[in-house]
Design a protein around this ligand. Sequence first.
Ligand code: TUI
Length: 306
Amino acid sequence: MKTKITELLGIEYPIIQGGMAWVADYHLAAAVSEAGGLGIIGAGGAPASFVREQIQKTKELTKKPFGVNVMLMNPEADEIARVIVEEGVPVVTTGAGNPGKYLASWKEAGIKVIPVVASVALARMMERAGVDAVIAEGTESGGHIGAATTMTLVPQVVDAVKIPVIAAGGIADGRGFAAAMMLGAEAVQMGTRFVVARESIVHENYKKKILAAKDIDSEVTGTSHGHPVRQLRNNMTREYLKLEKAGAPFEELEHLTLGALRKAVVEGDTVNGTLMAGQIAGMIREEMTCAEMIQEIMKQAESLLK
Ligand code: TUI
């Protein structure tokens, strides 16, 4: 399937893998790129030296295009932005902030820049600043989220900008893919479905929680201090929301989340870890390889779009 995004990025299928912190390492990124989508290394809160190693390992596994996601709240974001240029990474996505200060250096290096936006205002600002496309991410997504739903955000961003729009949030099969195309998107980005990919290094306990999740099993923590994060309900979210409701200061809440994503991904702690996942987790029932997922989604979407 050819779209403005497959043309822009030189990929076979308009499916981009979310740049998930701790989850999206070089194994997953290379597998998605090899399967014809765009694999992304999630820099998350990692140090720049770690990101450089991940890039080098990805290049060893695939000759196809791949990207790096810069989580802009990372204290080493400046350094990571430089590593991306030095390593000749073809595509950058950004999240959780405004990447304005890095755009000039990335564009000068010929890098395709695709920020995640959660509003029409930021999409417009990014277009004016010269980015290549935007990812309009709805509140159905896992992790750090904005307020608008995918259904409402995508068509409004499509109407507001001329650059291609990638839809994200709540998409995990061919029906969601086809729906995103109907809203005017040129590609989709998926996160939660790829967490349970066979090539994903996420702990088996975390994968099992996603596979067992029901439609209403996610909670949003952190709304009171302006960093809403969607994750599966567990002891961690119950404690967090109780403290948040009682007006606990940011520092105390932060102490609770500190290292909790690593705990879930690496140690498989599903009780006190942060099990970031989107609302579509309830539909995901099977672990598959990235190639199997992408083939299944494209087949279903193509038959629906006909
Ligand atoms: O970034 C994400 N999702 C994430 S980042 C992350 S790491 C983390 N871990 C613990 C606590 C907090 C974060 C986990 N999941 N998605 C992309 C995204 N970006 N969603 C929303 C936004 C966004 C929000 C506001 C982008 C820009 C923005 O505007 C800020 C500005 O300065 O205008």
